[in-house]
Structures are given as structure tokens and as C-alpha cells.
Ligand binder design. Structure first.
Ligand code: SF4
Length: 436
């Protein structure tokens, strides 16, 4: 049997695309291998959100040349980076051993592109700039039997000044409500208990296409699907988070009490430069509203440090908002200029050592808050969806609470079981306990 290996960079959207590519390859008779040296075909699914993801990809692609020399594997590259002309030109010039390049809008064509390459033995390139279509009926080879990603929309219309996604994933397009519900029902029938609804901004689901269903309505319908016990979603743009969504979250028993609400900066001046369309006051009043309706909500966020012109005062505003909201966790990033975006031309005016120092201050403060927030779980029982054995310690099981806390515990549960765990200890990034 021929074998394939997929390297996925970036977000859950990319993971979801990789699951679809896996299914296409399985249908073509390939099986998965964790060892690239044995692969007949390697797919590298790229991310262009930050410069270090680009660098990692090119570093790995260079290394693949030696492996290809030994095993003559086919190398296919896809994902967001391939929607950028200068990247594709660079690959064609410096990495001519890449056999197939395809863009984010050409995913469904992958089997025919592979067939074309196998027949002609020549490089095949297929990159469409944009599409108005959403291709239904592409199945996924799901990584887990008990939880699944379900893409509800693609693309983004927001054009945050630092973000390349609207250029690489195109304009926002929502899937039809019934197609989503059918997919989730079929997942539930196959034993899936948790779904994560995916979109660049799920809060604007259905608006641009005027499809007649809002995200809160969709959430309410998913909540009725028998067998689905946990519903998560990602990502929520604060500017589009409606009262109706907060109501839906508080009323739907299967919607998890966790919300990832990227703030990016605590400074209204920087938020305006980022084109985020909310200011710190609006964000804080949103948080107050959410906490009032859902008192046990867990909030996490994204923060960018070192956006051009960020002053010490702006950064102090970010630290202040972190201290006020007391997020359970934050994905923190150093600003990374992306070609083609509005902020790309802004002067990088903050010295690297200043950015580094701010970044480490931010990490320290967030770590302290995350640790302190965990104390409330001590000596309590929490519901955990077991995800199997810990990668580092075989005798330890791992899973997540409804509010997305990572729990490491001892017990006899199997992956996919929803069980109770008594929490006896807390660590910086997880809770520790014993299955009850
Ligand atoms: S909402 Fe902003 S940050 Fe998120 S994908 Fe769209 S443009 Fe990028």
C-alpha cells in the first residue's frame, strides 16, 4: 500500500483541511504513515499568519529535498502561503523539486492534480485567487472518534490591518444551515460527542450571504442534535458578538462555557490602527455583559505585542485589561508584518529588545492570572471529556473540562468517555486529579 504523510501548520481551519486531504488520499488507496522516510507522498499544508510559520515551512521544505532524493516521494504544498504570489514564485525558483502546488480554493481538486502529476511526471500548479463557492461533500478522515471540527464558513471580510487571512482565504462565505446540521447529525450518529464550529469570525455567520440564519440560531439548532454533548466555536470577533449569542450560550445546555474572544491590544489607539472596530471600553462592557449572563464563563484571548507605534502607555493599557478581565489563558504573539496587509508599510519603530521585554512581562502576568484562576477548581469535581493517555506519561490520562481547562488525571476512562474528576492539585497550565 502506498503511504502518505501530512505536515499541518497553523490553525484548526488548516487541521480541518488536512483531515479532508487525508480522506481523499485514503479513497485513492493510500494509508497514513508517521515516518516521512516511508512516505510516497508528502503534503505540507501551510500557514501565513506569522513570519515564523513561513520560516519553519521553508526550513522543512529544504530538508525534504534529501528525503526525496532517497525515497522519490511526491511533494505537494498547499494552504494559505500558496495564495501569495511571491511565495509561489520563490518555491518555483528555489525549490523546483516541489511536484504539486495548490491553493486554498483548490482543495477539492487535489485528487485530479495528483493524477495529472502521476501521468505526466511534471509539476502541477493550480491556484485560484478567489471563489464564491463552498464545496460540499468533501469528507474528512477524522483524527478523533469523539470530537470533530465542523467548518461553518470560510474567509473573512474584516481586514484587520495586520492580517493576511482575507487575502489568502478570500471573502467570507457561509455554508448552508442544513448542510452543517446534516454533517453534525452524521457525526453524532458515528459517536462524536463534541463539535467545534469553525470560522474566521463565526459571529457573522450567514450575514454576508444573507442566508437567513444567524449564528445564535444555528447554535440553538446544533444544541438539539441528539448525541452531541459539547459544542464549542471559534473564533468570535468582539465587534459582532451579539446579545442574542450571549443568550444562546447561556440557554443552550450543550454549549460549553468557554469563549475565545481575541482582544489583540488593550489600547483604543492601537485597536483603531489595527482596524478592529471596537475600543477598550466596548470590549470591557461586552465582557461585563457576558459575565453577568454566564457567571462561570471561561474567557481566553489573543494579544499582539509590538504593533507599530505601540508606546509604553499603550502596552500598560494591555496589561491593565488583562488584569481587569482576568483571562484564563492568552495566545500571545509578537507583531509580525505580513506582505500585502495594510500595516505592512508601517515603520517598525519599536526596538526588538523593548518588544521582547514587554512580551516577557505580559507572559509573566498572564501566567500568574492563569495560575490564580485555577485555584477555584481545587477540591471540587469537574466533568472531563477524556482524550486518552498523556503524551509524556503513559499512566496519566488527559482531557478537558467544559470550560476548556486541561486536566491530567489517574483513572480507568477511555478516550471519548465523559467522566467526573476530583481536582487535588493545580499547575500553571493544567489541573491534576483522580477519576471519581
Ligand atoms: S477577523 Fe481580523 S484577525 Fe481574524 S481572520 Fe479576519 S482579518 Fe484576520
Amino acid at each position: 500500500m502506498k503511504q502518505y504523510n501530512i505536515i499541518t501548520y497553523g490553525c484548526q481551519m488548516n487541521e480541518n483541511d488536512s483531515e479532508k486531504i487525508s480522506k481523499m488520499l485514503t479513497d485513492l488507496g493510500y494509508c497514513s504513515t508517521g515516518n516521512i522516510n516511508n512516505a510516497d507522498i508528502l503534503i505540507m499544508n501551510t500557514c501565513s499568519v506569522r513570519e515564523n510559520a513561513d520560516d519553519r515551512f521553508f526550513g522543512n521544505l529544504g530538508y525534504m529535498k534529501n528525503i526525496k532524493k532517497k525515497n522519490d516521494m511526491i511533494i505537494a504544498v498547499c494552504g494559505c502561503m500558496m495564495q501569495q504570489e511571491h511565495i509561489v514564485t520563490q518555491i518555483k525558483q528555489k525549490y523546483p523539486y516541489v511536484d504539486i502546488i495548490f491553493g486554498t480554493h483548490n482543495l477539492h481538486q487535489f485528487p485530479s492534480l495528483l493524477e495529472k502529476h502521476l501521468k505526466t511526471k511534471k509539476p502541477v500548479y493550480e491556484i485560484q485567487n478567489s471563489t464564491d463557492e463552498i464545496f460540499e461533500g468533501i469528507d474528512s478522515e477524522r483524527r478523533y472518534s469523539y470530537k470533530a471540527y465542523v467548518k461553518i464558513m470560510q474567509g473573512c471580510n474584516n481586514f484587520c490591518s495586520y492580517c493576511v487571512v482575507p487575502y489568502t482565504r478570500g471573502r467570507e462565505k457561509s455554508r448552508k444551515r442544513q448542510d452543517i446540521l446534516n454533517e453534525i447529525t452524521s457525526l453524532a450518529n458515528s459517536g462524536v460527542k463534541e463539535v467545534m464550529l469553525l470560522g474566521q469570525n463565526v459571529n457573522s455567520y450567514g450575514i454576508a450571504d444573507n442566508i437567513g440564519t444567524s449564528f445564535p440560531s444555528l447554535l440553538r439548532e446544533v444544541n438539539e442534535i441528539k448525541g452531541i454533548e459539547r459544542i464549542r466555536f471559534m473564533t468570535s470577533h468582539p465587534k459582532d458578538l451579539s446579545d442574542d449569542l450571549i443568550d444562546a450560550m447561556s440557554e443552550c445546555s450543550n454549549v460549553c462555557n468557554h469563549l475565545h474572544l481575541p482582544i489583540q491590544s488593550g489600547s483604543s489607539r492601537i485597536l483603531a490602527l489595527m482596524n478592529r472596530k471596537y475600543d477598550r471600553e466596548k470590549y470591557l462592557s461586552l465582557v461585563d455583559k457576558i459575565k453577568a449572563k454566564i457567571p462561570d464563563i471561561s474567557l481566553t484571548t489573543d494579544i499582539i505585542v509590538g504593533f507599530p507605534t505601540e508606546s509604553e502607555e499603550d502596552f500598560a493599557d494591555t496589561l491593565d485589561i488583562i488584569d481587569t478581565v482576568r483571562f484564563d489563558g492568552a495566545y500571545t504573539f509578537i507583531y509580525s508584518p505580513r506582505k500585502g496587509t495594510k500595516s505592512y508599510d508601517m515603520k517598525l519603530d519599536i526596538p526588538a529588545d523593548v518588544i521582547k521585554e514587554r512580551f516577557s512581562r505580559l507572559l509573566d502576568i498572564q501566567k500568574k492570572i492563569s495560575e490564580e484562576n485555577k485555584f477555584k477548581y481545587l477540591n471540587t469535581a469537574v466533568e472531563v471529556l477524556c482524550e486518552g493517555r498523556s503524551k509524556t506519561e503513559w499512566e496519566i490520562l488527559t482531557g478537558r473540562t467544559r470550560d476548556n481547562q486541561l486536566v491530567n488525571f489517574t483513572g480507568s476512562a477511555n478516550a471519548g468517555d465523559i467522566i467526573e474528576v476530583y481536582i487535588s492539585n493545580t499547575k500553571s497550565f493544567y489541573l491534576q486529579g483522580k477519576q471519581i
